[in-house]
Design a protein around this ligand. Structure first.
Ligand SMILES: [Zn+2]
Length: 926
C-alpha cells in the first residue's frame, strides 16, 4: 500500500490540473461564483486561505454535479497603500522593511526593488497565484487581470460614463476622512485603526471669554439653556488662535482640525488650561457661567473644551458632584430645561443615583448617557419658557438660531478615536471642495438597491438586516483621489477613481477578460462595452465577429450566481456592488446571491497582518499539506462562523486524511464473498450522500464533512466489526470507496484525485459525477436492526466496565409483545401526556394495572431519548428482536469473549429481566 506523502501527491496532481479548470461556454448549465479579489501588498495568511478555499469547495461540488463552473481571480491594485509602502521602503523605514523581510519572508534583493510600487503588486500577484495553485483552487487563470491593466481601465471608463450620465456622480463640498500625510481622502481599506469611523456633525457654541471666543462642541445645542459652566482640562496647554479673523481659544489639535474644515487658522500663542479655570464666559442664551477644571476633557475630542449641562448629561452631573463633594463650587446647581415622561425633575441626577454610580470612571456611564439621550430626544419637551417644543424640533431650531445670530459653525469629528492611516499618520475630517461623490444618499437609487437585495439569495439569512441597514445609512461617497494607482475619471482626468469605486462590476469583466485583452485599448470605446454588456448595436462596431462572440460569452455566464466575501465588507463593497449593478445592468443580469464569511482567529485572537498575529498560508501548506489546510478551514466552522486556527487541531485533521488514504486503498482492494452486513453499509451510504449533498447545497461545509468524512468512517468501522471472522469484506467496498472519494473530492481534492486513480478510475475525480443516492438500496429495517445491536453492545460494554466481579456469561432478554404495543402507541402519539389514557382503553392493559403504568412511563422516557428519526422508523417497522440477537450471537461472543444467550424476558425470573423494553433489552451479566 502506498504511504501518504502529501507533497508528492500535490506536485503530481498540480501538473495534471494545469489547465483543466479553464471554463468556456458549452451546452451545460453554468454556475458562476466570484470572490472579492485580493489587494496583493503582502503575503497570504490562513484567514485569506479560507476566503478562497470555501468558494473552491462549492465550485468543485457544482462542477461534479454537472455544472460548467467558472471560478476566476484577479488582483486589485488600485489606490495609495502600495505607494505608501514603496515610499517607506525607499526611505529605509525599519518597521516596513521588517514586516516584508521577517513576516512575509521576501528576499532582500526583491525588497530593494519595492521602491517601485508596481513591482510590489506584480511580485505579490504572482505569489498569490502560486499559493492559490498550491491550495488546489480550481481557478480559470486565463482570466487573471489587475485593475491597472489598460484594458481594464477602458472598462472602468465605460462604467463611469454610465454612472455620470445617470446623474449618480455629483460634485460638491463634503466632509471626508482625510490623511494629511498622504494628502488624500482615505477609505476603510486605507486605515490601520478606526476603519468603521463615522463622521458626525457638531455645533460649535461660541462663548465669549475675556479676550477671546471659547467654543464648545455639542450634539445637543438645545441644552444651551441648562449650561451651568464649561469644563477645561487644567493640565492641557490650549492654543490662542485667529480663526476667520477672530480670536479663539481651543486645543492645538482642534486648531489643526478646523484648518481642514474651511476655516483660516493662525496659531498666535498658548494658554495653559489652569489659567482659564475660574474665569467666566458669556453666551446670550445662558448668561454668564464659570469655567471649571475637569481631567476627563480630551484635547483630541472636538475643541478640547466642553459645556456642562448637569441636569441632562450624566457625565457633567458626576463631574460636578465630585467637585462639590470636595466642598468646591457648592453654589452651582443643575438647571433643568426638558421634561421627559417617566423621568424626574433632574433626569441626569436621577439616572446616575438610581444606578448607584460612584464616579466618572464607572463603566456604565456611556450606556446611561445614551439611554437618557435617546429618551429625551424621542419623548422630551422643552420647558414652556424655552418654547415648549419637542426636543427633536428644538435641536435644529436652536442650532439654526446659533448659526444665524450667535456665531456658531459646524465642526466635524469621528465617532471613534483614534483613526489612523496605513501610512501611520492620524486621519482627520476635511471638507473637500470640487470632490466627486457617488450619490449613495439618493433615495431612488437606494430603493432600487433595496428591491434587488430583497430578491437575492443571502447566506446566512441573518445578514439581510445588515444589508438593509447599510443601504439606509449610506451617505454620499467620496469616489476620487489625487494620488494613487488607478483609472482617471473620464470627464475630469485630474482625479483618479478610488479603490472601492472601481471594483464594483468587475465580475462582468471576468467573463471577457481573456479575450478583450487581445484588442488594442484605444479601440475599446464605451460604445464597444455598450455592445458587449448591454447589447446596444451600432454600425461601425470594430471586429464585429469577435465582439459578438465576446457578448455571447458574457451572456452565458452572467449574472453571477454567488459572490463570496467576509462580513466586514457588507458596509461597503458588497453593498456598493449592488448599487453599481442596478445603475448599469438590465434587471435580468443583476446578481443572484451572496455568501458572507466570518472572520479568522489565530489561537483565539483576531488575525491581523499589521499586528503580526498571523499564520502564513504557505507555512501552513508546508507544515500540514494543502488538503489538511483546506479540510480544517472549511470543516472547523461553517463559512459564516468565525474560525480559530490552532495547530494541534490542524494536526488531528491531518491524521484523519492519512487514515482516509490508507482505508480507501484497503477497502478498494477488497473482493471477498458478500456478507449480510453489506446491505446495511450500502443503505447507510445513501443517507450520507443525501445529507452531504443537502449540506453543500446550503454552503454548510462543516455539516457536509460531518457526514462525508466522520459519518462514513464510523459506518465503515461498524461494518468491519460486523463481518464474520476471517471475511475481508466484499466488493461492495469498492463501490463505497468510489463514492467516498467523490464525496470528499471538493474538500481534499489532491488526495482524492490520487486515490481515484489508484482505484482504477480513468479521468479526473474533479470532473467525476457527484454521487447520487439510490433509494432502492435504502433498507430501514436492516438499519434499525443494526442500530439496536450497536446500542446493545454499548450497553453491555458499560455494564462490563462497572460490575465488581468477573463476568462469565451474558443474557439478553427481549421485551414481549404487550410492551411493544405500548411502545408503538407512545412512539406514534402526537401528545405524549395523554398517551396513558389511550393505552388504558385496552382491557388487557388495564388488567396489568401498575405494571402497565410503569411501562408507559419507561417508554415515554425511552422515546424522548431516542433520535426522532429512529422513533419514527420504529413506528413503521416491527423488529423481530429475538431473531436479530440470535443471528448476532457469534458476533457478540467474539466481541466480548463470553457465552451469550438470548431469551424472552418473561422466561426469566431474574429481577432485571422485567426492565426489558422494546429497542432496549434487559442485559443480565453473571
Ligand atoms: Zn496616510
Amino acid at each position: 500500500m502506498k504511504g501518504f506523502d502529501c507533497r508528492e501527491i500535490e506536485t503530481d496532481i498540480s501538473a495534471r490540473w494545469e489547465e483543466v479548470f479553464h471554463a468556456d461556454p458549452n451546452d451545460q448549465g453554468k454556475f458562476y461564483l466570484t470572490v472579492a479579489y485580493p489587494y496583493p501588498s503582502g503575503a497570504m495568511h490562513v484567514g485569506h486561505g479560507r476566503t478562497y478555499i470555501a468558494p473552491d469547495v462549492i465550485a468543485r461540488f457544482w462542477r461534479m454535479k454537472g455544472r460548467n463552473v467558472l471560478y476566476p481571480m484577479a488582483f486589485h491594485v488600485t489606490g495609495a497603500p502600495v505607494i505608501g509602502i514603496s515610499k517607506r521602503i525607499a526611505k529605509g523605514d525599519e518597521k516596513t522593511i521588517n514586516l516584508y523581510r521577517d513576516l512575509y519572508k521576501v528576499p532582500q534583493d526583491v525588497i530593494d526593488s519595492f521602491t517601485d510600487p508596481l513591482i510590489i503588486v506584480r511580485h505579490f500577484s504572482n505569489e498569490y497565484e502560486r499559493i492559490m495553485r498550491r491550495c488546489g483552487l480550481s481557478i480559470d487563470w486565463r482570466r487573471r487581470f489587475t485593475t491597472v491593466d489598460p484594458t481594464y481601465s477602458k472598462f472602468i471608463e465605460w462604467q463611469w460614463k454610465h454612472l455620470g450620465d445617470a446623474g449618480h456622480v455629483i460634485k460638491g463640498a463634503h466632509p471626508v476622512r482625510y490623511c494629511p500625510q498622504c494628502e488624500n481622502p482615505v477609505g476603510d481599506h486605507d486605515l490601520l485603526e478606526g476603519d468603521k469611523a463615522e463622521i458626525i456633525r457638531f455645533t460649535l457654541v461660541c462663548f465669549q471669554g475675556k479676550d477671546a471666543i471659547i467654543p464648545t462642541a455639542t450634539l445637543r445645542p438645545e441644552t444651551i439653556y441648562g449650561v451651568t459652566n464649561l469644563w477645561v482640562n487644567p493640565s492641557v496647554t490650549y492654543a490662542r488662535v485667529e480663526i476667520d479673523g477672530k480670536a479663539w481659544i481651543v486645543s492645538r489639535e482642534a486648531a489643526e482640525k478646523l484648518a481642514l474644515q474651511d476655516h483660516s487658522v493662525t496659531i498666535t500663542g498658548e494658554v495653559p488650561g489652569r489659567s482659564l479655570v475660574d474665569s467666566t464666559v458669556f453666551h446670550p442664551l445662558c448668561g454668564e457661567v464659570p469655567i471649571l477644571p475637569a481631567s476627563f476633557v480630551d484635547p483630541h475630542m472636538a475643541t478640547g473644551i466642553v459645556m456642562s449641562v448637569p441636569a441632562h448629561a450624566p457625565f457633567d452631573y458626576i463631574a460636578l458632584r465630585d467637585l462639590q463633594q470636595e466642598g468646591r463650587y457648592t453654589d452651582i446647581h443643575p438647571v433643568p430645561l426638558i421634561t421627559v415622561p417617566g423621568h424626574g425633575k433632574i433626569p441626569a441626577a436621577e439616572i446616575v443615583e438610581k444606578a448607584g454610580v460612584r464616579d466618572q470612571s464607572d463603566s456604565r456611564m456611556d450606556a446611561l448617557t445614551q439611554e437618557l439621550y435617546n429618551s429625551e430626544f424621542s419623548r422630551g419637551t422643552l420647558f414652556e419658557k424655552y418654547g415648549g417644543i419637542p426636543v427633536r424640533v428644538a435641536r435644529e431650531q436652536v442650532a439654526n438660531l446659533m448659526e444665524e445670530k450667535y456665531g456658531s459653525v459646524p465642526m466635524y469629528e469621528f465617532d471613534v478615536h483614534p483613526v489612523v492611516c496605513r501610512c501611520g499618520s492620524g486621519v482627520f475630517v476635511k471638507i473637500l471642495h470640487d470632490q466627486w461623490f457617488l450619490q449613495y444618499s439618493d433615495p431612488t437609487w437606494k430603493a432600487r438597491v433595496a428591491d434587488q437585495v430583497a430578491a437575492m439569495n443571502l447566506v446566512p439569512p441573518e445578514v439581510r438586516t445588515e444589508f438593509e441597514r447599510t443601504i439606509n445609512w449610506l451617505k454620499d461617497w467620496a469616489c476620487t483621489r489625487k494620488v494613487g494607482l488607478g483609472t482617471r475619471l473620464p470627464w475630469d482626468p485630474g482625479w483618479l477613481i478610488e479603490p472601492l469605486s472601481d471594483s464594483t462590476v468587475y465580475m462582468a469583466y471576468y467573463t471577457i477578460a481573456h479575450k478583450i485583452r487581445n484588442f488594442p485599448p484605444e479601440i475599446l470605446t464605451p460604445a464597444v462595452f455598450d455592445y458587449i454588456f448591454l447589447g446596444k448595436d451600432y454600425p461601425d462596431l470594430p471586429e464585429r465577429e469577435k465582439m459578438e462572440e465576446i457578448r455571447r460569452e458574457f451572456l452565458y455566464w452572467y449574472p453571477y450566481d454567488f459572490r463570496f466575501s467576509a462580513k466586514d465588507l457588507i458596509s461597503n463593497h458588497l453593498t456598493f456592488q449592488i448599487f453599481h449593478h442596478v445603475a448599469i445592468m438590465p434587471r435580468e443580469l443583476l446578481p443572484r446571491g451572496m455568501v458572507v464569511f466570518g472572520m479568522g482567529l489565530l489561537n483565539g485572537a483576531k488575525m491581523s497582518s499589521s499586528k503580526g498575529n498571523v499564520f502564513l498560508l504557505e507555512d501552513a501548506l508546508d507544515e500540514f499539506g494543502a488538503d489538511t489546510v483546506r479540510m480544517f478551514l472549511v470543516g472547523s466552522a461553517e463559512p459564516w462562523q468565525d474560525f480559530d486556527w490552532r495547530n494541534d487541531l490542524v494536526s488531528s485533521t491531518k491524521r484523519q486524511i492519512e487514515r482516509f488514504y490508507s482505508t480507501i486503498q484497503e477497502i478498494g482492494a477488497c473482493n471477498g464473498e458478500p456478507a449480510t452486513i453489506d446491505k446495511w453499509l450500502l443503505s447507510r451510504l445513501q443517507h450520507r450522500i443525501t445529507r452531504t449533498t443537502e449540506a453543500l447545497d446550503r454552503f454548510q461545509t462543516r455539516q457536509a464533512l460531518q457526514d462525508a468524512f466522520h459519518g462514513i468512517e464510523t459506518d465503515l468501522r461498524w461494518y468491519r466489526r460486523r463481518l464474520p471472522e476471517g471475511v475481508p469484506g466484499s466488493s461492495i467496498l469498492n463501490t463505497v470507496a468510489q463514492a467516498w472519494v467523490r464525496l470528499l473530492a471538493p474538500f481534499t481534492p489532491f488526495t482524492c484525485e490520487d486515490l481515484w486513480a489508484r482505484l482504477g478510475c480513468k479521468d479526473l475525480v474533479s470532473f467525476a459525477q457527484w454521487p447520487v443516492p439510490d433509494d432502492t438500496l435504502i433498507d430501514p429495517a436492516t438499519e434499525l436492526a443494526e442500530e439496536l445491536l450497536s446500542r446493545t453492545v454499548e450497553d453491555i460494554e458499560s455494564i462490563l466496565k462497572i460490575i465488581p466481579f468477573t463476568a462469565t456469561s451474558i443474557t439478553i432478554c427481549t421485551a414481549n409483545s404487550w410492551k411493544r404495543t405500548i411502545f408503538t402507541t407512545v412512539a406514534a402519539s402526537s401528545d405524549r401526556s395523554r398517551v396513558a389514557r389511550e393505552v388504558m382503553q385496552d382491557e388487557a392493559m388495564r388488567q396489568r394495572g401498575k405494571e402497565s403504568a410503569d411501562v408507559i412511563k419507561q417508554c415515554v422516557t425511552l422515546v424522548h431519548r431516542l433520535p426522532p428519526d429512529i422513533v419514527s422508523a420504529l413506528t413503521h417497522h416491527t423488529l423481530d428482536e429475538p431473531a436479530i440477537f440470535q443471528a448476532a450471537i457469534p458476533f457478540l461472543q467474539r466481541e466480548f469473549g463470553l457465552p451469550v444467550r438470548v431469551t424472552d424476558a418473561d422466561a426469566m425470573t431474574h429481577p432485571k429481566a422485567a426492565a426489558a423494553l422494546p429497542f432496549k433489552p434487559a442485559i443480565i451479566i453473571e
